[in-house]
Design a binder for this molecule. Structure first.
Ligand code: ARG
Length: 460
C-alpha cells in the first residue's frame, strides 16, 4: 500500500476485513478543510524551526492550496485505499510534491491532527448552530410579542391550572433556548485549546511552536499536557450533551405544538408550508415538524450516552476507539441543522386562535385559586380557603356552570365568607393583571421579560 502511512515494518497489506473495519474516510472526509488549515499552520512552524527552507515552504503551501481547490471542486476525492482523511490528503500532497510532501509529517501524528481537526470543525459549526438557535428564539419571541395579552389556561399535569398569558408560555421556551446559547458560548471557551504539537502523545523533539500554531488556527492556547491533548474528548462529549439538551427543549416545544394543533385544542393552525397531509385521509393536517423534532431528540440523547460509554474505559493516551467520536458529533450537528430551521419556520408562521384560547382560559375552574386568595386577603386561613373553594367547585361541577355563575345563595351555602363581591376576582383578565411581580404572567412583567429576552437574543 503506497497510500498507507505506516507500511515500513509490515510485509503485506492489511486483510480485507481489517481494512473495512478500520476505514473512516467515508465519514471523516468532511474534516478535509480543517486538516488542510492545520497542515498550513504546521508547515509554517516547521519552516520557522529551520526544517523547511523558504522554497520548500512556498511549494508546500501552494500544493495545499491546490489540493484544497481540487477537494472543493470534487476533483480530488478519497480513494478506496485511503484509510482516513489524513491519509487521503497526504496522498494528494505526495501526488503534487513527490518526496517533499513527506516532510510535512515531521513532528505531528494523526493523533494530534485528528483531535485538532475535530475541534476546528466543531467550533465553526457550533457558531452556525448558535445562529440557528437564536433565530428560533427570535421567532418565538416575535410570536410572544403578539400574545402578551392573549389569555390561555396554563397547565400542570396537562390539567387546567391557572390562567396565563400565551406569550408568557412561549417565552418560557425562549428562556430554555437562551440558556442553551449560553452553554454553547461557554463550551467554546474549553474547546478553544489546540492539540497540535502533542504529536502521538509525548510532544516533539523538534523545535516546534505549539502556541504559534494555536494562534494561527484561532485557538486561545495550546494544550497544557500532550497526553491529555490527544486523549481528551471532553469537547465532543460536552457538545453532545448540549446538543441533546437542545434536542430535549425542541422536543418539549414540539410536543406542545402537537397538542395545540389538535382539533380538540384548536389553539394553533400551522401554515400549509410547515404542515403535511395524509395519503388517505383528505382532512388531515399533521404537525410532522414538531413530531420529527420530538423524535430526533432520541438520537441526540443516544449520542451522548454512546460517546461516554466509548470513552469510559480508555487508558490514556490515544486509542483507536476514539475514531468512534466522529459519527455522533457529525450526526448531532446535521440533525440540529435540519430541525432548527424547520422549527423556526413553523413557529414564525403558525396562527393562533386567540378567541378559542380565551374561551378555554377559565375552563376547568382555573380561577379557583383567585377565590382562595380573595378569601386569604379577607383573613381566612389558606387551609380553610382551599376547602371552601373546593366545595364551590363541587357545586359548579354538579351544575355544569362556571365559578361566577352560581347564585348568591349557593355562595352563602358554601361559606358565610363567600359574599357576592367574590365575583370581582372571577375574571381571567383580572387574574392576569393581578400578577405583577417580576417573572409573573401579568402583562407588565411579561413585557419586561420580552424586552430582556429580545436584548439577549440580539446580543448573541
Ligand atoms: N482515523 C483516526 C481517528 O479518527 C485518526 C487517528 C489514527 N491514529 C492512529 N494512531 N491510528 O481517530
Amino acid at each position: 500500500g503506497a497510500t498507507r502511512l505506516w507500511g515500513g515494518r509490515f510485509t503485506g497489506g492489511p486483510a480485507e476485513a481489517l481494512a473495512r473495519l478500520s476505514v473512516s474516510v467515508q465519514f471523516d472526509w468532511r474534516l478535509a478543510p480543517y486538516d488542510l488549515a492545520a497542515s498550513r499552520a504546521h508547515a509554517r512552524v516547521l519552516a520557522r524551526a529551520g526544517l523547511l527552507d523558504a522554497d520548500e515552504l512556498g511549494r508546500i503551501l501552494a500544493a495545499l492550496d491546490d489540493l484544497e481547490s481540487a477537494c472543493a471542486a470534487g476533483e480530488f476525492r478519497p480513494s478506496v485505499d485511503d484509510e482516513d482523511v489524513h491519509t487521503a490528503l497526504e496522498r494528494g500532497l505526495l501526488e503534487r510534491l513527490g518526496a517533499l510532501g513527506g516532510k510535512l509529517r515531521a513532528g505531528r501524528s494523526r493523533n494530534d491532527q485528528v483531535a485538532t481537526d475535530l475541534r476546528l470543525y466543531l467550533r465553526e459549526r457550533v457558531r452556525g448552530l448558535a445562529g440557528r438557535l437564536a433565530e428560533l428564539a427570535s421567532a418565538l419571541a416575535d410570536q410572544a410579542g403578539r400574545h402578551i395579552d392573549t389569555p390561555a389556561p396554563g397547565f400542570t399535569h396537562l390539567q387546567p391550572a391557572q390562567p396565563i398569558s400565551f406569550g408568557h408560555q412561549l417565552l418560557a421556551h425562549v428562556q430554555a433556548l437562551l440558556r442553551d446559547l449560553d452553554r454553547l458560548r461557554d463550551w467554546d471557551k474549553r474547546a478553544a485549546v489546540s492539540p497540535l504539537g502533542a504529536g502521538a502523545l509525548a510532544g516533539s523533539s523538534l523545535p516546534l511552536d505549539p502556541a504559534q500554531v494555536a494562534k494561527e488556527l484561532g485557538f486561545d492556547s495550546p494544550a497544557a499536557n500532550s497526553i491529555d491533548a490527544v486523549a481528551d474528548r471532553d469537547f465532543a462529549a460536552e457538545f453532545l450533551f448540549v446538543a441533546a439538551l437542545v434536542g430535549v427543549h425542541l422536543s418539549r416545544l414540539g410536543e406542545e405544538v402537537v397538542i395545540w394543533t389538535t382539533p380538540q385544542f384548536g389553539w394553533v393552525e400551522l401554515d400549509d408550508a410547515f404542515a403535511t397531509g395524509s395519503s388517505i385521509m383528505p382532512q388531515k393536517k399533521n404537525p410532522d415538524i414538531a413530531e420529527l423534532a420530538r423524535g430526533k431528540s432520541g438520537r441526540l440523547i443516544g449520542h451522548v450516552a454512546g460517546t461516554l460509554a466509548m470513552l469510559k474505559g480508555l487508558p490514556l493516551a490515544y486509542d483507536r476507539d476514539l475514531q468512534e467520536d466522529k459519527e455522533p458529533v457529525f450526526d448531532a450537528v446535521d440533525t440540529l441543522e435540519l430541525v432548527l430551521p424547520a422549527m423556526t419556520g413553523m413557529i414564525a408562521t403558525m396562527r393562533v386562535d386567540e378567541e378559542r384560547m380565551a374561551l378555554d382560559a377559565p375552563r376547568g375552574y382555573t380561577l379557583a385559586t383567585e377565590v382562595a386568595e380573595w378569601l386569604v386577603r379577607r383573613g381566612v386561613p389558606f387551609r380553610e380557603a382551599h376547602e371552601i373553594t373546593g366545595k364551590l367547585v363541587v357545586i359548579c361541577t354538579a351544575r355544569d356552570c362556571a365559578l361566577d355563575e352560581v347564585t348568591d345563595e349557593d355562595l352563602a351555602s358554601v361559606s358565610p365568607h363567600l359574599t357576592p363581591d367574590v365575583r370581582s376576582v372571577l375574571s381571567v383578565a383580572g387574574a392576569l393583571a393581578a400578577r405583577m411581580t417580576p417573572g409573573s404572567t401579568g402583562p407588565g412583567p411579561v413585557s419586561d421579560q420580552l424586552a430582556t429576552a429580545a436584548g439577549r437574543i440580539d446580543r448573541w
